[in-house]
Design a protein around this ligand. Structure first.
Ligand code: NDP
Length: 322
């Protein structure tokens, strides 16, 4: 099978096309034929060595495809089923293994592209809005990178709940997308001081929650945007990791909360996985959750796909199709 392999950490050029054997499903595993795979920032962190993995590695954990073969003791799936997962063991490939416990069926009416686009960023937005800081109507949230993959989905979910969503984006074109997703106010943080803008937009009160995936360049000012006892949810590091931080600052700035969640702790049980994927895929089928999937690359252009994601050139989802 064709697969993208990394034998050393580094720039996008270490993503090399390779011819490898199709893996055999072990107990509890399912072999899927990958039809669309999601490109996510976490793969950039692994490629660069920011997150450690043993090499050689086939990157990628998100895909939609069809069941090819079941490993011993797997029940509940059959060959030909349309399925999707965020726990694929190397999704930048034509075939991949998935633990059956982390596999869900794709509802009828949803394309493979949309299913792959919805899973990881959609369930991330879901846990951020419904679990980490459980938004309610009337809350005000600040969402950084509002036209990004997670940003567009989180904005739609928060707006649907009835929260006021203020976003930050880097370009005017991204402003339009963010407004379409349901943002009430969009701040061009490359031109404007977003902290001053948030204070002005909230009459000096501050927001209830900041969802910050940008990290290094936004973290300090994000804290200053919160109301007393508000919550900063740091869930990514698109601009680089946040340096060590003295917790006493949380007291001085208003008894603030800071959390650093990841998706894996929010889909670890079958019940939570089915709740979040059921909501996200269900809303996508009904058209209640809009998925932007105009960035689709062939598998052998994985390096270009990651380059575009890193360079802030993209909006919404990036997909590879083997
Ligand atoms: P995005 O589509 O949001 O892409 C990243 C965006 O970050 C860019 O488009 C850009 O938006 C913004 N950005 C700001 N500064 C920089 C910079 N210096 N370099 C690059 N981008 C920058 O990506 P995803 O939706 O895939 O992921 C968003 C973040 O969420 C990532 O950090 C990812 O790791 C994290 N994440 C965390 C999860 C978790 O459970 N903790 C799960 C999924 C994703 P703009 O041009 O508008 O500034």
């Amino acid at each position: 099978m064709k697969a993208i392999q990394i034998c050393e950490t580094g720039g996008p050029e270490v993503l090399k096309l390779a011819e490898l054997a199709i893996p055999q499903p072990g107990p509890g595993q399912v072999l899927i034929r990958v039809e669309a795979t999601g490109v996510n920032f976490i793969e950039v962190y692994f490629r660069k060595g920011v997150y450690k993995a043993s090499l050689p590695l086939i990157p990628g954990s998100e895909a939609a495809g069809t069941v090819e073969e079941l490993g011993p003791s797997v029940t509940g799936f059959a060959a030909g089923d349309a399925v999707a997962s965020v726990a694929v063991l190397g999704s930048y490939a034509e075939y991949a293994l998935v633990p059956a416990a982390q596999l869900v069926k794709v509802p009828a009416g949803l394309s493979m592209e949309k299913a792959a686009a919805a899973m990881l960023q959609g369930m991330t937005a879901h846990y951020l809005a419904y679990s980490t800081f459980s938004l309610k109507a009337g809350d005000t949230a600040l969402v950084h990178a509002g036209a990004g993959g997670v940003g567009l989905l989180l904005t739609q979910m928060a707006a649907k709940i009835g929260a006021r969503v203020i976003t930050t984006v880097s370009t005017k074109a991204k402003t339009e997308l963010s407004l379409e997703a349901g943002a009430s106010d969009v701040i061009l943080y490359t031109e404007q001081d977003f902290e001053a803008a948030v204070k002005q937009l909230t009459g000096g009160k501050g927001v209830d929650v900041v969802y910050d995936s940008v990290g290094k360049t936004t973290f300090d000012q994000s804290l200053n945007c919160l109301r007393p006892r508000g919550m900063l949810v740091l869930f990514g590091a698109s601009s680089g990791p946040v340096p060590p931080f003295d917790l006493i600052q949380l007291s001085g700035k208003g008894s603030l909360f800071v959390t650093r969640p990841t998706l894996w702790h929010h889909v670890a049980t079958r019940a939570e996985l089915e709740w979040r994927s059921g909501d996200v895929l269900g809303w996508a089928v009904k058209g209640e959750l809009k998925l932007r999937t105009e960035y689709v690359y062939p598998l052998d252009e994985a390096a270009q796909a990651q380059t575009d994601l890193e360079s802030r050139a993209t909006t919404g989802k990036i997909l590879l199709e083997p």
